[in-house]
Write a protein that binds this ligand. Structure first.
Ligand code: UDP
Ligand code: MG
Length: 309
């Protein structure tokens, strides 16, 4: 019999877990598959770990958990879960029931046909979410798909079921700065997307502020595109060439007509400031990439496990 692993990143989900586990178990027990659950406690500050220990005691054969030494972020939690999972099929689910368990049988059925390596999900609307956030994320998907070679499916969730071979491919990407939406698409394989309407979380609150989402978006762009660096190179070249032409013009004019000195002092200062600003911007962009290289070169672990069961 094939085995299904369910990977659940949990950060301060004490309330949601009590609803999540029975809801998923009810659906999964109907499937003709062996099952294991991998809950990843991502440094929660509430009673999440205690809840997980209880679930493990109730069902030690199926329910397992990893507890991080601190909060490493959802990307690290997903990676740890995929690594721990042993199933032939592995599905990643949020603990807040925003990923409908009712999709699981359909996902398994699609993978069983052998035509697909992965069944993903995407939201067709964002009801219940703030307007400007939906708008920002739409802009983000347009931008990244234009400037990156890796195409990212707009509004795709991390809720996806993968075959063993795709999981192994994802695990083979050991990069420190992880942007899963890009990684899942980069590894290739045949992915079928199921669509659904947004569901609001059952309990607790989202742990993503708009600023965090913004940083996540930039990280995603920097991880999967070199265009910002190329922009820096272009801006730099254009200003350099204009400066050279400007100098030639000023020198020639001085030779032809020396009486035209010092006029335009203010505009010169403006241009100096403009170019200075552009340089700082470009150095900043380059710095972000160097920072990523630095983190990768240090080869730090993506997460640190404190407890495992
Ligand atoms: N999560 C996590 N670590 C974090 C933040 C979130 O493991 O640092 C988990 C969280 O417990 C949930 C999932 O990632 O299971 C999605 O988080 P959330 O619901 O806050 O995000 P949203 O659904 O609003 O995008
Ligand atoms: Mg959520």
């Amino acid at each position: 019999m094939k085995k299904l692993s369910i990977v659940v990143p949990c950060y301060n989900e004490e309330e949601a877990l009590g609803l999540f586990y029975p809801a998923v178990k009810k659906v999964v027990d109907e499937l003709k598959l062996l099952t294991e659950y991998w809950f990843i406690n991502d440094g929660s500050s509430d009673q999440t770990l205690a809840k997980l220990k209880k679930l493990h005691q109730q069902n030690p054969d199926q329910v397992h958990y990893l507890s991080f030494s601190r909060n490493f972020g959802k990307e690290a939690a997903m990676y740890a879960g995929l690594k721990a999972a042993e199933g032939d099929y592995v599905v990643i689910m949020d603990a807040d029931l925003q990923d409908p368990p009712s999709f699981l049988p359909k996902m398994v059925a699609l993978l069983e046909t052998g035509d697909w390596d992965c069944v993903g999900t995407r939201r067709v609307d964002r009801t219940g979410e703030k307007k400007y956030r939906a708008w920002l994320s739409e802009g983000f998907y347009k931008l990244i798909n234009r400037i990156s070679d890796t195409q990212i499916v707009p509004n795709a969730r991390d809720f996806r079921m993968m075959t063993r071979k795709m999981v192994n491919a994802v695990l083979s990407m050991k990069e420190y700065s992880r942007f899963s939406k890009g990684i899942f698409s980069w590894v290739g394989f045949k992915t079928k997307f199921l669509e659904y309407h947004n569901v609001e979380r059952v309990a607790g609150e989202t742990s993503w502020s708009t600023w965090q989402l913004f940083k996540y978006a930039f990280a995603g762009i920097a991880d999967f595109s070199l265009l910002p660096l190329n922009i820096a190179v272009w801006i730099g070249s254009v200003s350099f060439i204009s400066a050279v032409l400007g100098i030639i013009f000023v020198v020639v004019r001085h030779i032809i007509n020396p009486s035209l000195a010092i006029v335009g002092w203010a505009s010169v200062v403006c241009i100096i400031l403009l170019i200075g600003g552009l340089q700082l911007l470009c150095i900043g962009i380059i710095g972000r990439y160097i920072g990523k290289i630095y983190l990768q070169v240090k080869d730090r672990p993506i997460y640190i496990v404190d407890e495992k069961a």
